[in-house]
Write a protein that binds this ligand. Structure first.
Ligand SMILES: NC(=O)c1ccc[n+]([C@@H]2O[C@H](COP(=O)([O-])OP(=O)(O)OC[C@H]3O[C@@H](n4cnc5c(N)ncnc54)[C@H](OP(=O)(O)O)[C@@H]3O)[C@@H](O)[C@H]2O)c1
Length: 417
């Protein structure tokens, strides 16, 4: 049965009501995104549940929240729907079916909110079509597994990180359907709420460092000696620069880099500076300073020895990162919050494109999530402070509006079901 015909069937004889499920208008503004652009939504890849079975939001007659008791099916899948650019609603979809035997259905207990979630709806990118379901990370209980799934079983407590091109994997719904290799057990002593921050910020930091920036995994235990070249060579020290060390992603990156004995310089506000220092960075506070002043402070600390950099703020700070990277050594740069096209990249600098979809598309990248899980489970990586929003799907839009105001001060917003 197609998505549109299901909507019609669910609405049989149900009068449309005004309810909490009304569309919420989203104001427009400038966007900056995770190395992707609006053109992504029209790229050549097919979404997993293909466009042909869907209709426009008007045709689909999206249900409102208060109709849920009247739905004549046993187990429905409540979802926050992106009905059109800047407009949300609620729908009761059927319980998912598996597309192949290596898939897992997870019942949502907590979902992390990220800047990309509202930016994609405000500016209509990373939305292959309407209606769509967004949300990229969650933790919950395994509800169903395919016949070919070995390491995951019904009832397991797990987290996952998803790819936006599969509507069934959008985390703003009750049941999320994902490939088994993307499903990880909750680390010991980690709640659903905390684990819901691992799929985007945690895994992005992990893969950026270990995969794209070629940082070795940390030693197996906290007592292992540091690698021979990380100490006693003060003159030769190489540095990692994290511009935006107070962001949630920056906090994970700081901790992981410190475990691999990197020397780190972080740019933060005075508000998040103590946190970044406590996580192992030399901090430059940015309050009331121009980027030129900050660049000069970075150079006075690191000289020509910044060989890796991550930018988590935007095009201007990405440009500033390029200015402080080593001129004479090979250097790697990950602009995670967009980079200007006019920036000149010196020959010794490699700008890496962090594509988190590789976690979903390449099963071998599970190794990074397993390593992250191990470090969190051992207590060697702390989950950032969480701001939990109770109320499940009903309050996702409220949470996104608060996130948009930019008042998180280094805390992670998680909606709890
Ligand atoms: N490519 C990807 O796959 C990917 C994945 C994850 C995140 N990202 C991107 O990375 C960025 C950060 O994401 P997030 O979720 O970690 O963010 P977040 O925690 O929501 O970021 C908020 C923090 O940004 C810091 N900040 C704001 N302006 C700053 C500035 N001018 N300089 C330094 N820090 C500043 C603030 O900390 P202070 O108090 O220190 O200013 C604030 O606490 C976003 O643009 C996001 O889209 C991309």
């Amino acid at each position: 049965m197609s998505f549109s015909s299901i909507f019609r069937c669910l609405l049989c004889n149900i009068p449309k009501k005004e309810s909490r499920g009304e569309k919420v208008p989203i104001p427009s503004g400038q966007y900056e995104i995770e190395g992707k652009n609006p053109a992504d939504s029209t790229d050549s890849q097919e979404s997993i549940d293909s466009a042909s079975q869907f209709t426009s939001p008007d045709e689909s007659n999206i249900t409102t929240g208060e109709n849920i008791a009247e739905i004549p099916i046993e187990k429905s899948n409540r979802a926050l729907i992106v009905a059109a650019k800047g407009a949300y609603s609620f729908a009761d979809l059927p319980f998912p079916t598996l597309a192949h035997e290596h898939e897992v259905v997870i019942s949502n207990r907590a979902t992390g909110l990220n800047p990309i979630d509202y930016k994609s709806v405000d500016y209509n990118f990373c939305l292959p079509e309407f209606p769509w379901v967004t949300g990229r990370e969650m933790a919950g209980v395994v509800e169903m597994v395919g016949a070919g799934v070995r390491d995951v079983k019904v009832g397991d407590h797990v987290w996952t990180s998803t790819y936006y091109r599969d509507r069934r994997a959008g985390c703003f719904q009750q049941y999320i359907t994902v490939p088994a290799h993307t499903v990880l057990p909750l680390p010991p002593s980690t709640s659903f709420t905390s684990a819901a921050s691992l799929g985007v910020a945690g895994l992005t930091a992990a893969m950026t460092l270990w995969h794209w920036l070629e940082v070795p995994f940390p030693p197996p235990s906290a007592n292992s000696p540091p690698p021979a070249n990380s100490e006693n060579q003060e003159q030769e020290q190489e540095f990692l620069l994290i511009w935006g060390g107070g962001t949630v992603t920056g906090q994970y990156a700081l901790q992981l880099a410190a475990l691999s004995h990197l020397h780190i310089i972080a740019i933060t506000s005075s508000h998040t500076a103590p946190l970044a220092r406590s996580l192992g960075a030399v901090v430059i506070e940015r309050d009331n300073k121009t980027n030129t002043q900050i660049i000069s402070e970075i150079k006075s600390i690191a000289g020509d020895n910044i060989t890796r950099a991550i930018d988590l703020v935007g095009p201007k700070t990405a440009s500033a990162c390029l200015q402080v990277l080593s001129k004479n050594q090979r250097a790697l740069f990950a602009p995670l919050a967009m980079m200007g096209t006019e920036d000149e990249v010196p020959g010794n600098v490699q700008v890496v494109t962090v594509e988190m979809k590789r976690f979903v598309l390449d099963a071998e990248n599970r190794a990074y999530a397993l390593e992250l899980n191990r470090l969190v489970g051992q207590g060697r990586v702390q989950v950032p402070g969480i701001e939990a929003v109770e109320g499940g799907l009903e309050n996702v839009v409220l949470g996104l509006e608060r996130l948009k105001k930019g008042e998180m001060g280094g805390r992670k917003m998680v909606v709890v079901f």
